[in-house]
Design a protein around this ligand. Structure first.
Ligand code: GTP
Ligand code: MG
Length: 197
């Protein structure tokens, strides 16, 4: 797929304030600092579309980007931010889970996982919750430029094995690097396929 146009539309703090639309929507989620905003910039080829920071907790709202006037990418705040206050965490829970559960045009969620860390409880529990709520998702392993190829394939196998403890079937998996552009074609081809379904 060729991205001809990518424009910021709106930041919302409630699902009720998100754009009223029937266009397909894809949301990017995962731990704080995992690289959600960077991945959106890499996929769109627009370096400053989504705000990126070395400090976790940068993205605070539900951010809609309209792609080719045909579908949306949505940048979400991360979970598991160690320095967030309890009320912040509870607020995240409420408004993000509400968005994920209620947004009718949400076709698929990309759950981002840092490829340098072994399976984390918080990610596994989050995916469990998605499954229980019948919210379709795929996995993207991020920051793979920081790993050697051999190590990456071992990591993916380990992750798949872990998921098999919980699921009969494991979701589709992608590898990505916002530094090298790895995964861009595969992820965009996936979106194109789902858009046509
Ligand atoms: P929050 O909005 O805080 O939840 O974070 P985020 O998941 O949106 O992460 P963000 O895209 O802001 O990136 C966090 C940090 O990781 C930044 O310093 C990025 O430059 C870096 N980063 C993101 N993706 C990659 C990648 O693929 N490779 C490398 N080496 N660094 C990356
Ligand atoms: Mg972000």
């Amino acid at each position: 797929m060729i991205i001809k146009e990518a424009e910021f539309v709106i930041s919302s703090d409630d699902v009720g304030k998100c754009p009223k639309t029937k266009l397909p929507e894809y949301a990017f989620i995962g731990r704080s600092n995992v690289g959600k905003s960077s991945l959106i910039n890499m996929l769109t080829g627009h370096n400053f579309l989504a705000k990126v920071s070395g400090k976790p907790g940068k993205t605070r709202l539900i951010n809609h980007f309209l792609i080719n006037k045909e579908w949306y990418m949505v940048d979400l705040p991360g979970y598991g931010f160690a320095h967030a206050s309890k009320t912040d965490k509870e607020k995240w829970e409420l408004f993000i889970r509400k968005y994920l559960a209620q947004r009718e045009n949400l076709y698929c969620i990309f759950v981002l996982i840092d490829s340098r860390h072994e399976p984390q409880k918080i990610d596994l529990e989050f995916m469990q919750w998605l499954g229980e709520n019948e919210i379709p998702f795929v996995i993207v392993f991020t920051k793979t430029d920081k790993l050697k190829k051999m190590k990456l394939s071992g990591f993916m196998q380990e992750y798949a094995d872990k998921l098999m403890e919980y699921w009969e079937q494991i979701p589709e998996m992608f590898v990505s690097s916002s530094e090298t552009g790895a995964g861009r074609e595969e992820i965009l081809a996936f979106i194109e396929r789902v858009n046509k379904m």
